[in-house]
Write a protein that binds this ligand. Structure first.
Ligand code: BJW
Length: 232
């Protein structure tokens, strides 16, 4: 059985990573247009660099939770028939043991040079605009996908959605495209669909099944069920 899992901010919430649109979420203290668009970055680059520097630094203080660990366990069983597509820019899937992960909205631990367009692993602050180690131009920005930009890995994601038997969406509001449209694509190609979310998402009606609760509880339960270990 081929399984594609889409994850959003909700899967990292119990690790202490703020979501975007919940109360106390990241958007509560910031205008989305200011920190998550190329235009916002051009207007206030230092403020945007600080926003991402703070989030990068915060990674050192969070750990994967049982939901991340359960997905890594499922990958160990399904191997190449399993894929995590994450909208998250944290590294909690990888630290939880997953290796088959596509970061469609980029990664905090990566920088993108606006001079030479190279992407590179980056663990330090960017607020002082250090020169690119490759081309020397001081135009490094967070390697994340802002509104109006094209998400990463779309070809590989489309290929996986066409071939999967089961599509599972975990901890995402379904407010942001193209990820919000994956459930309809998977359905069109014949997959069964399941949503695991604290509350019904904006796209809940598109899923064949929807379960509400904490990801740290629901995901291990679902994985155990899929592996024949729990009640069906
Ligand atoms: C729990 C939980 C717990 C809490 N357990 N659950 C009009 C119509 C349609 C589309 C558009 C339109 N106008 C413009 C567009 C396109 C636009 C878009 O979607 N806009 C919408 C606002 C309408 N999209 C784009 O511009 C994208 N690019 C694009 O479309 O390019 C064209 C193209 C596509 C494909 C091929 C070729 C061309 C780019 C989108 C980039 C989004 N970027 C961000 C910032 C990334 C960097 C960063 O992290 O700062 O990505 S925005 C932000 O939202 C971030 C997230 O990844 C994304 C989704 O958020 P997510 O993960 O859903 O978080 P929340 O907070 O919204 O929800 C959390 C959920 O978890 C909630 O439901 C909670 O209930 C739940 N939860 N705790 C389980 N413990």
């Amino acid at each position: 059985m081929r399984v594609v899992v889409l994850t959003g901010a909700g899967i990292s919430a119990e690790s202490g990573v703020p979501t975007f649109r919940d109360a106390d979420g990241l958007w509560e203290g910031h205008q989305v247009e200011e920190v998550a668009t190329p235009e916002g970055y051009d207007l206030q680059p230092t403020m945007v660099q600080r926003f991402y520097d703070d989030r990068r630094a915060a990674l050192a203080h969070v750990q994967p939770n049982p939901a991340h660990l359960a997905l890594a366990r499922l990958e160990q069983v399904l191997g190449d028939d399993f894929l995590v597509v994450t909208q998250n820019i944290d590294d909690l899937h990888e630290r939880g043991g997953s290796t088959r992960v596509l970061h469609m909205h980029g990664e905090l631990l990566s920088a993108l040079c606006r001079g030479c367009r190279q992407r590179m692993r980056w663990e330090q602050d960017l607020v002082d605009f250090p020169p690119c180690p490759r081309c020397g131009v001081a135009e490094l920005r967070p390697d994340v996908v802002w509104f109006g930009e094209v998400p990463y890995e779309m070809d590989r994601i489309a290929f996986a959605l066409e071939r999967c038997d089961l599509f599972v969406s975990i901890g995402t509001s379904g407010a942001v495209y193209p990820a919000a449209g994956f459930v309809q694509a998977a359905t069109t190609y014949g997959a069964r669909t399941l949503e695991l979310n604290l509350l019904p998402s904006e796209g809940a009606s598109h899923f064949a099944e929807s379960r509400q609760g904490l990801a740290g509880t629901l995901v291990p339960q679902w994985v155990a069920q899929l592996l024949g270990e729990g009640p069906s």
